[in-house]
Design a protein around this ligand. Structure first.
Ligand SMILES: [Zn+2]
Length: 523
């Protein structure tokens, strides 16, 4: 986003306006420190303030992070950068480590995004006020700062986890920036946990945790995911290591608290980035709600669930597999199939990490399924073949579910896989690639939701026309329409009919097989 003018920025500071947290940073000339708008310190004079659109821009201009308001704890509004989808995509890739290590470059990043390097730099200057490399550096420093403050991890592990090449470079960076060694930044009160790392990930409120958790509960894959007592738990595999995560809500802190048990600390930034994406933490939901509320069709839905997010997924391949499993069957049946797939093909979680009886296996990787002689599932052969082609495509291209140049590019790429039609591709684009304008218009649940709200019969073409006004956030509109359908539709499935508010209806649309043909005419 481009910054509002100085007077408006200053007012957010004077009023400690939390709505601008993560969107505006203020550098104070007299102290050389930069703050969040919510900093409890005395408000500096306007003449002393410089405003920045990102923490990286403030650091790039020579300011160091405030130790009171801790800019590392501001919401990461990564997917929200005004209208520049290229910047959003680039930020998502940087969060995953696209500019970490010696073998990466801005040129490669630009190539992946289908733009020139100069153009990418220009967009970063415009929207973030800092070049891509500074954004990546700031990300590393702030992540290290968070680990120092919130955990008891040894300093060498912090250096490694945050992507510093050596402990010496880490010490030097902190000494230069904070004028003290890293250990001096340790919070003496940080909880000592028996094992693993606990971190707080802030979001921009409102956040509808109940909807998110119900959504995940309805789809929790037996053996892999558990939802209980307000917690979401799952097994994870990354870079050849395995572990578990535990996520729960801390509404007072406007944060999700995550407990990560994972043997490889260097994977921590990627794990945190994936959790942010799965739980849709990097979004400016208020701006999206304002936009969608302009349409009378959606206004009451948004008012009913102002903090509703569009759930993502832990892993692109996993959610793509679930999309294929869910073709033409309901959520309960799709979940059962996913459980059977895991039982037959997923590796068992090592005993040392199996601290919860519900988490026993890992979701099978693309490579495992691609090389399996046959996939053991009771499913129509066409869909089994689709699953196999999906696994082969994902094994051949590790970036298959990452954002590239455009949403159309992503959809077209997915549709080249046999058995992936328009509905599945749009669904995967929304959940896995995180293209928030994706919109599976032929989805039965979506059509019913729209018909309920609109009071008329709905076709995919009418819905697509209506949805033009909802761009570039049709994915959020879809989430509201699914919820509208779940709330009021008569649900023919016996497993679900006793629920009044049924999030299990929100994604896999088909309730009856007769409706199935409208989602995947290509199959
Ligand atoms: Zn401050």
């Amino acid at each position: 986003m481009e910054l509002p003018d100085r007077e408006i920025c200053y007012r957010t500071l004077e009023s400690r306006d939390a709505r601008f947290d993560g969107l505006i940073y203020v550098g104070v000339k007299s102290t050389g420190i930069y703050c969040r708008p919510v900093c409890p310190a005395r408000t500096p004079y306007l003449s002393n303030c410089l405003f920045f659109a990102s923490a990286a821009a403030a650091q790039n201009a020579g300011y160091r992070p405030c130790l009171r308001c801790r800019p590392e704890t501001a919401p990461h509004l990564a997917s929200w950068r005004g209208t520049s989808n290229t910047v959003s995509r680039a930020l998502a890739l940087i969060e995953e480590g696209a500019l970490d290590g010696d073998k990466t470059s801005v040129e490669q990043l630009a190539n992946r995004l289908g733009v020139g390097e100069r153009h990418l730099r220009r967009l970063f200057r415009l929207h973030l006020g800092a070049p891509p490399v500074s954004v990546a550096q700031t990300k590393r420093i702030l992540f290290a700062k968070q680990l120092i403050h919130e955990t008891r991890m040894p300093m060498a592990a912090v250096a490694l986890a945050a992507g510093f090449g050596s402990v010496r470079r880490f010490n030097e960076t902190f000494q230069n920036l904070f004028h003290r060694p890293p250990r001096a930044l340790r919070n003496k009160d940080a909880a000592t946990t028996e094992e693993g790392v606990t971190l707080r990930l802030r979001y921009r409120p409102p956040y509808d945790w109940d909807s998110m958790l119900s959504f995940l509960a309805a789809r929790a894959i037996p053996g892999v995911e558990v939802v209980e007592n307000g917690h979401y738990l799952r097994t994870i595999e990354l870079n050849g290591f395995v572990g578990t995560i535990d996520v729960f809500h801390q509404p007072k802190q406007e944060s999700l608290c995550v407990h990560i048990r994972f043997p490889n600390v260097q994977s921590l930034p990627a794990i945190v980035a994936r959790i942010r994406r799965q739980f849709d933490l990097g979004v400016d939901i208020e701006t999206i709600s304002d936009h969608l509320s302009k349409d009378p069709l959606l206004a009451s839905l948004v008012a009913r669930r102002p903090g509703m997010r569009a759930p993502g997924s832990w892993d692109g391949f996993e959610s793509a597999v679930r999309a294929v499993l869910g073709q033409q069957i309901n959520v309960v049946a799709a979940r059962r199939l996913a459980g059977q797939l895991v039982a037959a093909h997923g590796k068992p979680l090592p005993k040392a990490q199996a601290w919860h009886a519900g988490m026993t296996r890992l979701f099978p990787t693309a490579r495992q399924l691609a090389s399996a002689k046959s996939i053991v599932l009771r499913m129509p052969s066409a869909r089994l073949a689709a699953l196999k082609s999906l696994a082969m495509a994902a094994a051949a291209d590790p970036n298959l579910f990452r954002a590239t140049d455009s949403i159309d590019g992503a959809i077209a790429r997915l549709k080249t896989i046999p058995g992936i039609g328009e509905w599945t591709a749009q669904y995967i684009a929304l959940r896995a690639v995180r293209e928030m304008d994706a919109f599976p218009a032929t989805d039965a649940g979506l059509l019913r939701g729209a018909a309920i709200v609109n009071g008329e019969k709905m076709t995919a073409q009418i819905l697509l026309n209506l949805a033009e006004k909802w761009r570039p956030w049709r994915g959020y509109a879809a989430q509201h329409l699914w919820a509208a359908n779940g709330k009021t539709a008569a649900i023919p499935d016996g497993h679900l009919s006793d629920r009044t508010f049924d999030f299990s209806q929100m994604i896999y649309p088909s309730i009856t097989t007769t409706e199935g043909k409208i989602y995947e005419s290509r199959l």
